[in-house]
Ligand binder design. Structure first.
Ligand SMILES: NC(=O)c1ccc[n+]([C@@H]2O[C@H](COP(=O)([O-])OP(=O)(O)OC[C@H]3O[C@@H](n4cnc5c(N)ncnc54)[C@H](O)[C@@H]3O)[C@@H](O)[C@H]2O)c1
Length: 437
């Protein structure tokens, strides 16, 4: 099948590459000329494990093409996927201007039947809005389908090639048949394709992300309570997770959720609720708790240094909002760096994958190290903000040699308490007792 993908970010590029890998001819459209030029020359614009190999293979096989010309791609494709940004507006609502602008352009440009598949995360009722915008521009028949994306950054290729389920919201039998054909390689191996109406499909995405945000936040509150009463969240988490109604996933406490999805989707669902005179109390509490959780260690750092952070050298390990991605949108690292620098601390950060994106934002307001150990040179304390695997088993002797003080504030619970203790570090993590060396 010939398919167009509009928007080649984390979702669009991975979806496009996956659909090409499944044998389709895929035309990826983006307004970012530099990005398109780079992709034409084989440059992957984002970091995602295993993406580059699949991307290059499909370019070579002439199944994956890039252009800034929507009309050119549209004329070649029967199915148009929208993988456009839906960032939060001032009031928390999802900004639909990118999606509706492209819908408008499609309406003006299309010359024959098209299926417009919305992969962006959008509020209930957006399929109707897209339909209206296109219909105001053309009399040619078309269908609008909701097909939310569930991939995780850092595992995007794996998730996209092995989805747990495919959700398709559509009221058109023709469009459903086309979608079933596109996803046949998955359904053939037992992946369920769940058809429903557009509204339910749109809400499925928000409900899924919001549920996961609630689960993380619930565990963070349990962790904070553990500290109050002398319980150990690692034990509690194992005990809870062994119940298969609960499961072990998303029970790891830390310095809050970030990224381009959970914060924005929780906000947008709260706002959609408000617009419909519905109060999402649990989501409001989740958002509030998460905002505080992201910077919960700052007061601990201040306490340790007796309220004086002026000139203190703090090494930060990890800048990405989570491991295996270069995405720094709403990353907890940024909130902590902002607070710490405002209090006079000097930051040296290490994250080779996300560093470039942080440099664009913070420039030389902080220093950047080439290795995790270089970041520790003369440091008064280490702050761990991202759970990159390379931090799991560090050389503690080398750390001790480099650092001025053997002090760790760990927002991701990277080490067993006894390891930090045996190596003589002061070690403050989340939901566990503080090691007072
Ligand atoms: N990132 C994720 O993990 C993830 C997962 C599931 C769903 N989503 C949702 O998918 C959507 C896209 O997210 P993303 O992270 O891929 O965004 P992104 O910001 O990484 O990429 C969006 C791309 O769209 C391009 N673009 C903007 N306007 C355009 C236009 N008029 N024509 C063509 N291209 C245009 C941008 O240049 C950019 O390359 C959002 O709604 C998001 O909520 C994201």
């Amino acid at each position: 099948m010939n398919i167009t993908i509009v928007g080649t970010g984390y979702v669009g590029l991975v979806t496009g590459t996956t659909l090409a890998e499944l044998g389709n001819s895929v035309y990826c459209v983006d307004i970012d000329e530099k990005k398109v030029e780079g992709m034409k020359n084989g440059i992957v614009p984002i970091y995602e494990p295993n993406l580059e190999e699949m991307f290059l293979r499909n370019i070579q096989s002439e199944r994956l093409f890039f252009t800034t010309d929507l009309k050119e791609a549209l004329d070649k494709s029967e199915v148009i996927y929208l993988a456009l940004p839906t960032p939060p507006g001032e009031d928390g609502s999802a900004d639909l201007s990118y999606v509706l602008k492209v819908a408008h352009d499609i309406g003006e440009m299309m010359t024959e039947y098209k299926v417009i598949v919305n992969k962006s995360t959008v509020p209930v009722g957006t399929a109707d809005k897209v339909r209206k915008v296109i219909a105001s521009k053309t009399k040619i028949p078309f269908d609008v389908v909701s097909n939310p994306e569930f991939l995780r950054e850092g595992f995007a290729v794996e998730d996209s090639m092995n989805p747990a389920r495919v959700v398709v919201g559509s009221s058109s039998e023709t469009a459903k048949d086309i979608m079933a054909k596109i996803y046949q390689p998955f359904t053939n191996t037992g992946v369920p394709i769940i058809f429903m109406d557009e509204k339910s499909s749109e809400l499925t995405k928000y409900a899924s992300n919001s549920f996961l945000a609630v689960k993380i936040t619930f565990m963070n509150e349990i962790a904070n309570y553990c500290e109050k009463v002398g319980a150990d969240v690692d034990k509690v988490r194992l005990g809870m997770g062994s119940d298969d109604r609960i499961g072990h996933r998303f029970l790891f406490p830390g310095i809050g959720y970030g990224g381009s999805c959970f914060p924005k989707d929780v906000k947008a669902l709260i706002k959609s609720g408000k617009d419909d005179d519905f109060d999402f109390q649990i989501l409001q509490a989740t958002e509030k708790v998460n905002i505080a959780q992201k910077v919960i260690l700052v007061s601990e750092i201040e306490k340790y240094f007796k309220g004086d952070l002026e000139g203190k050298k703090i090494a930060v390990w990890g800048l990405a909002f989570k491991a295996n991605t270069d995405d720094i949108r709403e990353a907890s690292s940024l909130d902590n760096i902002a607070l710490l620098t405002a209090k006079g601390a000097k930051i040296t950060a290490y994250d080779l994958i996300a560093e470039e994106n942080v440099k664009k934002l913070l420039g030389d307001k902080i220093k950047y190290a080439n290795t995790m150990y270089d970041a520790l040179e003369g440091a008064d304390a280490l702050f761990i903000a991202t759970e990159w695997p390379e931090f799991k088993n560090p050389n503690f002797d080398l750390m001790a040699k480099k650092m001025k003080n053997k002090v760790i504030f760990d927002g991701r619970n990277m080490f067993p308490l006894e390891v930090a203790d045996q190596n003589g570090f002061y070690y403050k993590s989340i939901g566990r007792k503080t090691i007072l060396n």
